[in-house]
Design a protein around this ligand. Structure first.
Ligand SMILES: [Zn+2]
Length: 153
C-alpha cells in the first residue's frame, strides 16, 4: 500500500500554513474531513497547549496551588488533570449538607487539610498517576482527615 493515497493537504486554522495529514477513511469521507475539520499545525497546537497550561497554572496559583514540576508535556497534562480533580473536590464539598454547625465546621477543616495536602503535590507525575481519582476517593480521604481531626480534640 502506498502512503500517498492517504495523504491530504490541509490548512492550519490559526496560521494558515499548509501541511500534510494522513487519513484512512474512504476517499470521499477524507475529502469531507479535510474540508470540515479544524486543523492545527504542530506549532500552533503546541502554542495552544502551552497557553492553556499557562492559563490553568495561573488560575490554580490564585487558589493556592504552586506551579508544577516536570517536562513541558507532563506539566501540560498534569495541569488539566489537576483542574478536573479540583472541580471534583469542589463539587463534593458543595454537595454536602450538615445537621449542625459543628459538623459543618469539621467538614470545612477536613477540606482545608485535604486541599493543603494537594498544595504540596508539585510533581506533575503525581497528578498523572492519580488522574483516575474519583469523587468517592476524595470523599474517603476527606472523611479520614475529618476523623483524625476529631481524635485530636
Ligand atoms: Zn499553525
Amino acid at each position: 500500500m502506498k502512503n500517498d493515497e492517504f495523504t491530504y493537504e490541509v490548512r492550519c486554522r490559526t496560521c494558515h500554513t499548509k501541511f500534510k495529514v494522513q487519513l484512512f477513511e474512504s476517499h470521499a469521507k477524507n475529502l469531507f474531513l479535510v474540508d470540515k475539520r479544524d486543523w492545527y499545525c504542530e506549532k500552533c497546537k503546541k502554542e495552544y497547549f502551552s497557553k492553556q497550561t499557562e492559563t490553568l497554572a495561573r488560575a490554580h496559583q490564585e487558589i493556592g496551588f504552586p506551579p508544577l514540576t516536570g517536562t513541558d508535556k507532563m506539566v501540560s497534562w498534569a495541569e488539566k488533570i489537576r483542574s478536573e480533580l479540583i472541580n471534583k473536590a469542589d463539587y463534593l464539598q458543595k454537595s454536602l449538607t450538615f445537621d449542625s454547625d459543628e459538623e459543618k465546621e469539621r467538614s470545612q477543616k477536613a477540606f482545608a487539610m485535604f486541599f493543603s495536602e494537594w498544595h504540596e503535590k508539585v510533581a506533575a507525575k503525581w497528578w498523572i498517576d492519580n488522574r483516575r481519582m474519583t469523587v468517592m476517593d476524595i470523599s474517603k480521604r476527606v472523611n479520614l482527615l475529618s476523623d483524625a481531626n476529631e481524635g485530636d480534640n
